[in-house]
Write a protein that binds this ligand. Structure first.
Ligand code: ADP
Ligand code: MG
Length: 252
């Protein structure tokens, strides 16, 4: 399998605190890779580094070999590293469908941009996850709610809309920040199966998550952080049997 995203020696200091400490791993094409770890392990910081919302103190992130770690977040997004949209960036007074269509327009601008630059990445992105707005809504279980005003959506569906908006921008890799946070069991299971379906359609997914059982169900591979360092990497069964991981979670 091809490595799509490479994280090498990534480090972020906040004053004397090393929130992310020399972390390296790769995300392979068409896999679901999850980053887990106890509170304060550095997950959110790592997520912000990968999505270019924070600059690393040292180390780098590469997408298809191209360094993205010093780009502005919107440029990294155009290159295909797309994080899901939080509730605050959903247009609440607009319909579910219009939210996705607007994101589609942003995508075509991104494609135009890449087209004029003639970059290899832009050409590869065009072939990546080209789904129509209606296909995307159907994939995320939102087809019957397409005409609904976004603000009327229940929590789980609003979260799905955040993913739909991200998908409409045609990502190479989709970053999900705690996709199961605040969800009940049924919502979590629905989200697990939706994300797996996206992976089966060829999307690459990196998620940062707290909910261990859901992570073990959804992931192809798992990276575990503790105190900013990577302490383990492997398949869910390997991670569940790893003594360092068990100690880190029991100690938290
Ligand atoms: P997690 O998401 O795994 O709970 P975080 O990445 O949020 O962990 O935090 C890792 C460590 O970095 C924590 O000790 C946290 O207090 C610290 N930290 C995170 N963001 C900042 C910041 N902007 N300034 C200072 N310290 C921070
Ligand atoms: Mg966090």
């Amino acid at each position: 399998m091809v490595d799509l995203l490479e994280v090498s020696g990534l480090t972020k200091r906040f004053g004397g605190l090393v929130a992310v400490n020399n972390v390296s791993f790769s995300v392979r094409e068409k896999e679901i890779l999850s980053v887990i770890g106890p509170n304060g392990a550095g997950k959110s910081t790592l997520f912000k580094l990968i999505s270019s919302f924070l600059r690393p103190t040292s180390g780098e992130v590469r997408l298809k070999g191209e360094r993205i770690s010093n780009l502005a977040p919107h440029i990294a997004a155009r290159k295909g590293v797309v994080r899901t949209f939080q509730e605050t960036t959903i247009f609440k007074n607009m319909s579910v469908r219009d939210n996705v269509i607007i994101a589609h327009h942003l995508r075509s601008r991104a494609n135009l941009f890449g087209f004029f630059l003639g970059t290899v990445a832009a050409k590869a992105d065009e072939a990546a996850f080209g789904q129509s707005a209606d296909d995307i809504l159907a994939l995320l279980g939102l087809a019957s709610l397409a005409g609904e005003t976004a603000r009327n959506l229940p929590h789980g569906h609003l979260r799905a809309l955040g993913i739909a908006i991200g998908l409409a921008t045609n990502p190479s890799i989709l970053l999900l920040d705690e996709p199961f946070a605040g969800m009940n069991h049924d919502e979590t299971m629905r989200m697990v199966s939706m994300v797996r379906r996206l992976r089966d359609l060829g999307l690459t997914i990196l998620l940062v998550e707290h909910d261990m059982p859901a992570v073990m169900k959804i992931s192809d591979r798992v990276v575990v952080l503790n105190f900013g360092q990577k302490i383990a990497e492997g398949t869910p069964p390997e991670i569940q049997a790893n003594d360092k991981v068990i100690d880190a979670y029991l100690g938290s």
